[in-house]
Ligand binder design. Structure first.
Ligand SMILES: Cc1cc2nc3c(=O)[nH]c(=O)nc-3n(C[C@H](O)[C@H](O)[C@H](O)COP(=O)(O)OP(=O)(O)OC[C@H]3O[C@@H](n4cnc5c(N)ncnc54)[C@H](O)[C@@H]3O)c2cc1C
Length: 398
């Protein structure tokens, strides 16, 4: 439901609000303005209304209980069918470092059914405390019961910082929780840090099409919320001897209150797992067409790696989006990344520059990819890539 309120008595049907609405959310119905659910409450229409017929609800300036009431760092632990998502441990590992930097505790929030073993893992990876909500209604992810649970926990225990992995579920959940709590959320961060002067969470992410890195803070609302993509942070090492508190919690919402029912899960065929690949061989616009990926794919196969691509190749329809590496594709952190016919635009580098070893093959010696490459081969990929494939076949006895 839209937040914008329209006083039908005052509205003269002048249409000024319709002209300025950037989302096309307003229309005239029988000479009175009407708003639909695409309204984002941006407020652009308020100033142009000559009779003050439009209003938005008052927004709180800050949490009523004061910012100091919010303490501790929290991480959501995502699980699917009783198995923790590796992104969760990356978040717990980073959360541990940040909590130590802030001089506070790390709490993991685990929702699911029959997932006590994951609560123990969370302690091993660095949590001091785990809120463990075990209920059949939480067995599979659904926005409403998950968001209601996290919102209830935040309202009761008041964390200062709350981090979630930017998986499909994490993005959905973080947005719902932040909206309900009326706090800020920085999505898809590439770096997190505590400001030593202000103790605020510094949330860094690409902005303006990836041309600048923006550092965002949330000074007035709590918790400070951020999501981070898979593979941005390193996987921590589990320490089975660590001790932590596992706190069972009752679910916030009964099954009868959840409208959505999950009937079945059907795995996508031929799913591309770039995020976990140790070796990735990627092709860009330089491959020249769909068939130009053949030599790149062969090299990936011989090396036992995954096939990646630049956005230019994806946009051209040469390869599906699931292969795209970069700011609007996957973030990867392989041991070896071979870029074939990829120029190295900043948006591509944003997704792969933390690879341990980068090899670039490009016929332009000035291509920016060479500035991040550990090894650069200046040449035509259609000669270099098959020659490499042959050599690797021999070396690897394939
Ligand atoms: C908001 C936004 C988000 C974006 N997100 C992404 C993203 O997630 N991932 C991404 O990749 N891009 C992304 N982009 C696009 C990005 O800016 C570049 O346009 C894109 O990465 C270019 O792809 P490319 O390197 O394959 O193509 P080009 O820049 O055209 O480079 C092709 C390269 O191939 C070389 N070449 C040509 N023929 C050969 C040959 N025979 N042998 C060897 N080398 C050869 C050329 O010298 C050139 O360097 C995004 C852009 C925006 C604005």
């Amino acid at each position: 439901m839209a937040l914008l309120e329209i006083n039908g008595e005052e509205c003269t049907g002048c249409g000024a609000c319709i002209d300025v609405c950037p989302f096309g959310s307003l229309t005239l119905v029988e000479d009175i303005a009407e708003v639909d659910e695409t309204c984002t409450a941006c407020g652009a229409c308020l100033d142009v209304c000559p009779v003050d017929a439009l209003s938005l609800p008052e927004r709180p300036e800050a949490p009523a209980e004061g910012l100091e009431a919010y303490q501790g760092l929290w991480v959501w632990v995502e699980q699917f069918q009783g198995e923790a998502a590796s992104i969760s441990w990356e978040m717990v590992g980073e959360g541990r470092k940040l909590a130590d930097q802030r001089g506070t505790t790390l709490t993991a929030c685990l929702l699911g059914h029959n997932v006590e073993h994951i609560a123990k893992q969370a302690v091993a990876y660095g949590a001091d405390r785990v809120f463990w909500v075990d209920d059949p209604s939480l067995a599979v992810y659904r926005t409403r019961p998950y968001a209601a649970m996290l919102v209830a926990l935040v309202r009761q225990y008041k964390p200062e910082i709350f981090l979630l992995g930017a998986s499909s579920r994490g993005r959905d959940l973080a947005g719902s929780v932040a909206t309900e709590l009326y706090t800020g959320l920085t999505a898809d961060c590439t770096g997190l840090d505590i400001d030593p002067e202000t103790n605020l969470l510094r949330q860094t992410r690409p902005a303006f099409g990836g041309n600048i890195m923006a550092t965002i803070i949330c000074p007035n609302y709590r918790p400070q919320m951020a999501t981070v993509r898979h593979r941005v942070f390193e996987m921590p090492v589990a320490d089975e001897t660590r001790q932590g508190q596992i706190v069972p919690v009752q679910p916030a919402m009964g099954e009868d209150e959840v409208a959505a029912k999950v009937v079945d899960f059907i795995m996508e065929q031929g799913e591309v797992n770039l995020a976990d690949a140790k070796i990735i061989v990627s092709g860009g616009r330089g491959v020249g067409g769909p068939e130009g990926f053949d030599p790149v794919r062969k090299l990936a196969e011989v090396l036992g790696g995954a096939l990646g691509a630049s956005r230019a190749a994806v946009d051209a329809g040469w390869i599906p989006y699931a292969h795209q590496v970069g700011q609007t594709g996957r973030t990867v952190r392989p041991d070896l990344y071979i870029a074939c016919g990829i120029s190295g635009a900043v948006q591509h580098l944003a997704g792969m520059s933390t690879a341990k070893v980068i090899v670039a093959i490009n016929k332009d010696p000035e291509a920016p990819i060479f500035t991040v490459a550990n090894y650069g081969i200046v040449g035509d990929l259609f000669q270099v890539v098959p020659a490499l494939t042959e050599q690797f076949k021999k070396k690897l006895h394939k």
